[in-house]
Design a protein around this ligand. Structure first.
Ligand code: ARG
Length: 458
């Protein structure tokens, strides 16, 4: 088939160059948005008298049939069309003749592509937001079931202070809530319609860009035609938000990998989200978590690839920009897949509360509480801190723990110690006495669960 621009050229496009140039194999996934955009364009053109109402009707019907045929599999993308925009237009013209040739009045592929990606991402991100919500809901439910599960909280991956498992996973719920809001915010900003920018400079036709924007569910029109066709900020914003989201998923995955190891055994992943080894019969591997951790790198790569593609481009459209789609599509697919797998993997995992508690009992994680006990009895914090450090050293040397030191020893260390020290440094008390806002104490955890629930109910 001749190219649309054949009139200007004497020679045919080299076959290799043709293959190299085409984006149809990957932009064909925007067929629905392209057709929707064209339907709105035809309606607008007819309403402004730029094409006839009959032509607009023919176009709309023709596009509807093309859509049905693609969905049913009757029409496939095995053609030499350069991209999805040309594919739809030439198929339409093949079916309805001259009316099809009128569709491309007062628009260009440059604005079409900018429009289609926006609409595509709008649709896909609705799903992504739903998946994030579902994950937050699962975290909230797991937290609710585990407000009494005491585990070691870590810094430097060294046991630091006791926390509850509820508190630990609510930290992730907070992160995912921000991820949700970041994407939601980017979606609001990108909901401005570029169609009608017309290659770069606008058009001499008396178009109604506001009507077209409204038909397509946009809040506004892009007010500078060169910006309209050149802007890919929205892809970068989403890729940045996805990168942060993937980083959170990756950190969480790392903890899942650690927690399901024999060394920790804080959780047991369900068989349905674990894999075995081809040689070691005893193995149960957390492949899903590892893969999600690994795929985080892919999404960072997509962000850096597009940032780099765009950094040297003069205004307005340049063919380099065709590279935007594979980056953003890959990131969308990856994020959706990772969220879809992570949530049920977590939901079906068993929390091994006893093991968590045992781990919490061994690491002197109540030492801060012992120091605070002395402070409350009048000792300056630094003195209490030093004395507690010496006590820990004594315990390590004598292979014991703070809870098991005899009372006489406590009295010898400081006359401020009373019998209530044992209760004060019990892990349960350590957690329950934490009263500051945001702490691991029961009141704070309850408040966090309510906060997340309010978000979910919104
Ligand atoms: N396939 C192109 C892309 O993905 C569409 C826009 C092409 N415009 C052009 N003037 N060659 O970016």
């Amino acid at each position: 088939m001749d190219k649309m621009w054949a009139g200007r050229f004497q020679e045919k496009l080299n076959e290799l160059a043709d293959d190299f140039n085409t984006s149809l194999p990957f932009d064909c996934r925007m067929y629905k948005q392209d057709i929707e955009g064209s339907m709105a364009h035809a309606r607008m053109l007819a309403s402004k008298g730029i094409i006839s109402v009959e032509d607009s009707k023919l176009i709309t019907e023709g596009l509807g049939e093309i859509l049905d045929d693609i969905v049913s599999g009757k029409l496939n993308f095995n053609t030499d069309a350069e991209d999805i925009h040309m594919f739809i237009e030439s198929e339409l013209t093949r079916r309805i003749g001259d009316a099809g040739k009128r569709l491309h009045t007062a628009r260009s592929r440059n604005d079409q592509v900018a429009l289609d990606i926006r609409m595509y991402l709008r649709d896909e991100n609705k799903e992504i937001l739903t998946l994030i919500r579902k994950l937050i809901e699962t975290l909230r439910d797991k937290a609710q079931d585990n407000t009494d599960a005491i585990m070691p909280g870590y810094t430097h991956l060294q046991r630091a202070q006791p926390v509850t498992f509820a508190h630990h996973i609510l930290a992730y719920a907070m992160m995912f809530k921000r991820d949700y809001e970041r994407i939601d915010d980017a979606l609001k900003r990108m909901n401005s319609c570029p169609i009608g920018s017309c290659a770069l400079a606008g058009t001499t036709y008396d178009t109604d860009r506001y009507m077209e924007a409204e038909l397509l569910g946009f809040d506004s029109v892009m007010l500078n035609s060169m910006d309209g066709v050149s802007d890919r900020d929205f892809c970068l914003e989403l890729l940045s938000a996805y990168s942060i989201l993937m980083m959170h998923l990756s950190r969480f995955s790392e903890e899942v990998v650690l927690w399901s190891s024999w060394e920790f055994k804080f959780i047991e992943l369900s068989d349905s989200f674990s894999t075995g080894s081809s040689i070691m019969p005893q193995k149960k591997n957390p492949d899903m978590a590892e893969l999600i951790r690994g795929k985080c790198g892919r999404v960072y790569g997509d962000l850096v690839a597009l940032l780099t593609t765009l950094k040297g481009l003069p205004l307005a459209y340049n063919k380099d920009m065709q590279e935007d789609k594979e980056a953003i599509f890959d990131a969308v697919d990856t994020v959706k897949m990772c969220l879809s797998v992570f949530e049920p993997m977590l939901m079906t995992a068993t929390v091994l509360k006893d093991n968590m508690l045992k781990a919490a009992q061994k690491g002197f994680i109540n030492a801060t509480d012992m120091a605070d006990y002395l402070v409350k009895k009048g000792m300056p914090f630094r003195t209490a801190y030093k004395l507690t450090g010496e006590t820990v050293a004594y315990c390590i040397e004598n292979k014991t723990v703070l809870e098991d030191l005899p009372f006489e020893k406590y009295k010898e260390l400081s006359p401020l110690f009373e019998e209530d020290i044992y209760n004060e440094i019990s892990l349960k008390t350590c957690v329950e006495k934490r009263i500051s806002v945001g702490s691991t104490g029961p009141e704070s955890v309850k408040m966090q669960i309510e906060y997340i629930t309010e978000f979910l109910d919104d």
